[in-house]
Design a protein around this ligand. Structure first.
Ligand SMILES: [Zn+2]
Length: 366
């Protein structure tokens, strides 16, 4: 799970220096049937130098929707970056209908500082869509939306667990909405959690303007993990096919087992202070009353055993053993029951029977 990825073939060392600098994304000005690499200026730093974000625009020859993919809005959540690299490397512009816009690293200062937050300590995914005049993080958030993401007809926002924690490959999506439920399902993660879009997140901001948007949590922070990256690339290709942007013959058939559907999720928090050990593995199911974590004090005496308050699945858990009171221990997914799963089938048009769960694409319908 922690392999390095082969570096992509580049045009040489100069390819970053020669990338065009622009103030905003103007898709119409970019050539059709080509990849355009851009650095888009978002704000100025304390010495008046621009902070720019790297964007690749893949414009097909045929007209169609604008599909946005964003990564590293939290600067230490990196798995989405090679997802974008690999997706673009495999893209055939001759058959692409519409435009794919990839914001490869949304939080450049955070990425360089190897941390989640922006320069001023703000979490960019808690202050969307920002403010035109405000703290630097608010202006940055505002300009990211105003100059780039507001153009999107679809959004896939790529994240990972936070520092000190690990995640499954899971999707947060509003499963009451047909298209977001379909996108979540086609991505084929280990787990899907119904989660109406929250205010002040990038997904919430997109959803407010009617853009179907999902958040993909690709396992662990500050690393490149081969298998979940490859799986996410395949999932995005399935979505692109479903929305009519890439042809069926280049879509990836579904071979992984169906995801576990959760109606909600929450964190089990530390009630005492001490050293934590989580019991369930990632994506492992457990029953009410089962031991999910133990906590010892600094002398090694067990001070607390945490039992599952209900049946669930481990979406993520802590790996940092130091658990202060209130620390997040385990992210518990509450499974959908049969009635809720049928409702999901009804809304999404996905069929959950058997191993191969299908969503009918418009092509297949006709
Ligand atoms: Zn994140």
């Amino acid at each position: 799970m922690n392999e390095f990825i082969e570096p992509p073939v580049t045009n040489g060392y100069e390819n970053v220096k020669n990338v065009k600098r622009v103030d905003s994304l103007e898709i119409e000005s970019l050539p059709a049937g080509a990849f355009s690499r851009l650095f888009i200026e978002i704000v100025e730093n304390g010495i008046g130098r621009p902070i720019q974000v790297p964007v690749v625009v893949a414009r097909g020859k045929k007209e169609g929707p604008i599909f946005g993919i964003t990564a590293a809005l939290h600067g230490n959540e990196l798995n989405g970056i090679p997802v974008i690299h690999k997706l673009l490397q495999r893209l055939n512009l001759k058959t692409l209908r519409g435009t794919i816009v990839c914001l490869i690293a949304a939080n450049i200062p955070g990425l360089l500082a190897e941390r989640r937050e922006f320069i001023d300590g703000q979490d960019l995914n808690h202050i969307m869509p920002g403010k035109p005049n405000g703290k630097i993080s608010e202006v940055y958030a505002f300009n990211l939306v105003d100059r780039i993401t507001q153009h999107f007809d679809f959004l896939v926002d790529l994240h990972t667990a936070s520092e000190g924690r690990v995640n499954s490959l899971y999707v947060r999506a509003d499963l009451q909405r047909e298209m977001t439920a379909q996108m979540a399902y086609l991505l084929r993660p280990q787990i899907i959690v119904h989660n109406p879009p929250s205010d002040y997140t990038l997904r919430g901001t997109a959803a407010e303007t009617g853009t179907p948007a999902i958040t993909v949590e690709i396992c662990d922070p500050q690393r490149f993990q081969h298998d979940p990256i490859a799986r996410t690339v395949k999932g995005i290709r399935r979505i692109l096919n479903h929305v009519g942007m890439i042809p069926t013959k280049s879509a990836v058939p579904v071979v992984t087992k169906p995801p576990t559907l959760c109606k909600k999720s929450y964190w089990i928090l530390a009630e005492r202070g001490g050293m934590m050990r989580c019991v369930p593995k990632i994506a492992e199911r457990f029953k009410t009353g089962q031991l999910i974590a133990t906590q010892v004090n600094i002398f090694g005496d067990t001070i607390k055993e945490y039992l599952a308050p209900e049946d669930g699945i481990a979406i993520g858990h802590c790996v940092n053993p130091i658990g202060q009171m209130g620390a997040r221990i385990l992210h518990l997914g509450v499974l959908m029951d049969d009635a809720e799963r049928s409702k999901f089938e009804q809304i999404s048009g996905c069929s959950l029977d058997g191993t191969f769960c299908k969503v009918l694409t418009p092509e297949q319908n006709s």
